[in-house]
Design a protein around this ligand. Structure first.
Ligand code: NAD
Length: 251
């Protein structure tokens, strides 16, 4: 896969003081997790995520929304990070200041050893109180068969997944950190995101306006492609290991 690697941008990456990696659902596609825009199959195929992943849907039918998330959590049990994930964790050890900002809620970056990870949209494996947003222990969830379990933190409230739903604000600290990282980045890698969901989609643009070199890794064109300085039309599982190998060889 050496033809994927171009010495021009590889040396920009190798010499970058600050690197930001923005990942989206395509990053996890080769681990077997569907993106929302894939052709859907199975039990929940007739429901659009946009209709289930909202505060209004949860208020109208908490059990229906909770069951959908339980189904997604079940599917995650068998999922392993692919080679691209481990390669990214290795790149973090080779470059002095690399941060990952992910839109994914599957927790695979940390599971594969990456340490500097900002989860913009939360983490599906955790649960919070629907009223107070305080974290709820896994033990509490597993010891309640209700759908959804009641919240231990507020009377009449429920447990809900710790994810940002459509129409909700992103966690302020995570978002501020992401803006700061985008503005200070020398190189931004945008991996597996359609660059359609805001505000994450603006991060690479902010970075480019502040002088960053933008490299896109995506088998398909996106609205970001025209602004990218370098485009790798390859999957994350192919491109990231090739980058890690090339950086490790110091070429
Ligand atoms: P998206 O579904 O809009 O776009 C996915 C992008 O990944 C597409 O541009 C596609 O061409 C690309 N892609 C597909 N396979 C790829 C591969 N093997 N390697 C690299 N790129 C590949 O995803 P998005 O931009 O992240 O926005 C969707 C929203 O849905 C996000 O907010 C995210 O939180 C959520 N979501 C998360 C997960 C997850 O946690 N794994 C899964 C589905 C959706």
């Amino acid at each position: 896969m050496t033809e994927l690697i171009d010495d021009r941008w590889l040396s920009e990456l190798a010499q970058a003081g600050h690197v930001l990696v923005l990942t989206g659902a395509g990053m996890s596609a080769e681990s077997g997790i569907s993106t929302f825009r894939d052709k859907r199959q199975g039990l929940w195929a007739k429901y659009r995520p946009e209709d289930l992943a909202t505060p209004e849907a949860f208020a109208a039918n908490p059990s229906h929304v909770w069951d959908w998330y339980q189904w997604r959590r079940e599917k995650l049990r068998d999922v392993q990070p692919h080679a691209g994930y481990f390669a990214l964790a290795e790149v973090e050890t080779l470059l002095p200041d690399l941060h990952i900002v992910t839109q994914n809620v599957d927790g695979l970056h940390r599971a594969s050893g990456s340490r500097q990870v900002i989860e913009l949209h939360g983490n599906i494996r955790r649960s919070i109180c629907s009223a107070t947003k305080r974290l709820i222990d896994d033990d509490w969830i597993t010891s309640h068969a209700d759908s959804p379990p009641p919240s231990p933190h507020a009377k009449g409230a429920y447990a809900r997944p710790d994810v940002v739903w459509f129409g909700e604000s992103l966690p302020e600290d995570a978002l501020n950190q992401a803006w700061r990282l985008a503005r200070q980045a020398d190189v931004i890698l945008s991996v597996g995101t359609s660059a359609l969901v805001q505000p994450a989609a603006s991060l690479p643009i902010i970075g480019v306006q502040a002088g960053a070199v933008l490299i896109e890794i995506n088998p398909e064109p996106t609205p970001l492609s025209a602004q990218a300085h370098h485009v790798l039309r390859a999957s994350a599982g192919t491109a990231l290991p090739a980058i890690a190998r090339a950086l490790a060889q110091g070429r």
